[in-house]
Ligand binder design. Structure first.
Ligand code: NAD
Ligand code: HSE
Ligand code: NA
Length: 435
């Protein structure tokens, strides 16, 4: 038995590309079921596209190239699937100020402007949902905003960019270098012709900002996130990781950091990391996403699935659409912004990290002691050392304990200048316990 007695919820769809086309299809094909679940018919009232004449597949009477006018028209919900900041930002602010609910997949916009969007939403009592913006189909933002709202989250760490995960997974399995693997990823259609946002970590940094804000009830923007991409990850790094029983992943890491004086701050960063092959994130291959959440009461949680693609991303958009339609039917709202903790963002240099350093050194007495002395001088404690002799040189692999990132960086710089060090073969941060 279902009750569909609510007033029709009229939906404006802005953008009909990879994700928008799937949303339009599912909205039409599943109209009856969506109405039953929402408690009211959910009706596509208009679709804004750039060139209506290029969309013979869509109902022609719904098409317009005037997104601004569609937002102002008699619609209840605006689903934005165009992307980018301008001009979308103004349209969504207009919609929210007029009390219309907004559903968007736009991480670039949310990562910089969520405060003003939430302010507009809160002032008008409208909903702002964006499950598709991080990790596509994977239910992640709703668990953070709702299911875990009673817990204290300490860390959110994951693979939230499919393109870079595809490239790193391929480098790991073939041993090939970065440039040739990227070319292959573009050829196969996994990476875009201009893959900058993915490979330089901008996409993952936007997602980290959204995750840190929701997990820690604070405001973190993309510009607060320390960002390193994967273009410097070499075949040597991958080989060094393998030799240690580790693999390399581009991780978005958001964590609470408690200073020596007990004050709390947030660290949000994106960079390549060596993790043990036994770590749950190590087995996430290809273009899949996975996010690990640590919370005081819940313990460890893992979210895994498809982080991109038309249909998977549309699944998250439709879920949000049903949620906002339900809220309208019962006259309520979804969660408002929760930024009460107002935690400062810790600079990367002061963030505790661990390094792996692989060196090619002269094979003579006292070299290990000299290298260890440089670590000690920077107050960096060594967790493990492995030395392997070759002819007249030796391979030295050092893994540190936690130390401020700036101290680790300075240590590596000083080591690179030592006469006894022939080559710094690989330097990378590590996460997870060694097995
Ligand atoms: N594709 C994915 O896998 C994926 C996953 C998660 C989130 N997202 C996000 O979803 C959003 C859409 O991504 P996409 O992959 O569908 O992009 P897309 O480029 O395939 O589609 C965007 C569409 O918007 C249209 N458009 C641009 N300006 C417009 C305007 N002024 N009026 C009307 N239409 C206009 C474009 O012509 C294009 O068809 C982005 O914010 C993206 O970050 C995408
Ligand atoms: N370019 C993104 C799409 C999903 O946000 C990725 O590779 O994961
Ligand atoms: Na998601």
């Amino acid at each position: 038995m279902s009750t569909v007695d609510g007033k029709t919820v009229r939906v404006a769809l802005l953008g009909c590309g990879t994700v928008g086309a799937e949303v339009a299809r599912l909205l039409t094909e599943q109209a009856g079921e969506l109405a039953a679940r929402a408690g009211a018919p959910v009706e596509l009232a208009g679709i804004a596209v750039r060139r209506p004449d290029k969309h013979p597949e869509l109902p022609q009477h719904l098409l317009t190239n005037d997104a601004a006018a569609l937002v102002e028209s008699d619609v209840d919900v605006v689903v934005e699937l165009i992307g980018g900041v301008d001009p979308v930002r103004e349209w969504l602010l207009t919609a929210l100020r007029k009390g219309k609910s907004v559903v968007t997949a736009n991480k670039a916009l949310l990562a910089e402007y969520s405060a003003e969007l939430f302010e507009a939403a809160d002032a008008a009592g409208a909903d702002l949902y964006f499950e598709a913006a991080v990790a596509g189909a994977i239910p992640l933002l709703r668990p953070l905003r709702e299911s875990l709202a009673g817990d204290r989250i300490t860390k959110v760490m994951g693979i939230v960019n499919g393109t870079t995960n595809f490239i790193l997974s391929a480098m790991d399995s073939t041993g090939a270098g970065y440039a040739e693997t990227l070319d292959e990823a573009v050829r196969l259609g996994y990476a875009e012709a201009d893959p900058t946002a993915d490979v330089d970590g901008y996409d993952a940094a936007s997602k980290a900002a959204i995750l840190a804000s929701l997990a820690f009830h604070t405001r973190v923007t993309a510009s607060d996130v320390h960002r390193e991409g994967i273009s410097n990850v070499s075949a040597s790094d991958i080989a060094a990781a393998k030799a240690l029983g580790r693999t390399v992943k581009l991780l978005s890491i958001c964590e609470r950091v408690t200073g020596e004086d007990g004050t709390e701050s947030v660290s949000a960063r994106v960079h390549p990391v060596m993790i043990p092959r036994s770590h749950p994130l190590a087995n996430v291959g290809g273009a899949f996403n996975a996010v690990f959440v640590e919370a005081d009461a819940a313990g460890n949680l893992m979210f895994y699935g498809q982080g991109a693609g038309g249909a998977p991303t549309a699944s998250a958009v439709l879920g949000d659409l049903v949620a906002v339609a339900r809220n309208r039917v019962v006259g309520g709202r979804g969660p408002r912004e929760s930024a009460h903790a107002a935690l400062p963002v810790r600079p990367m240099g002061q963030t505790p990290t661990r390094y792996h350093v692989s060196l090619d050194v002269a094979d003579k007495p006292g070299v290990l002691a000299q290298v260890a002395q440089v670590f000690a001088a920077h107050e960096v404690s060594i967790a493990a050392v492995r030395q392997r002799d070759r002819h007249d040189t030796a391979s030295l692999v050092i893994v540190t304990h936690l130390a401020p990132d700036a101290a680790l960086e300075a240590t590596v710089e000083a080591i690179g200048k030592m006469d006894v060090v022939n080559e710094v073969v690989s330097v990378m941060r590590v996460e997870g316990e060694d097995t």
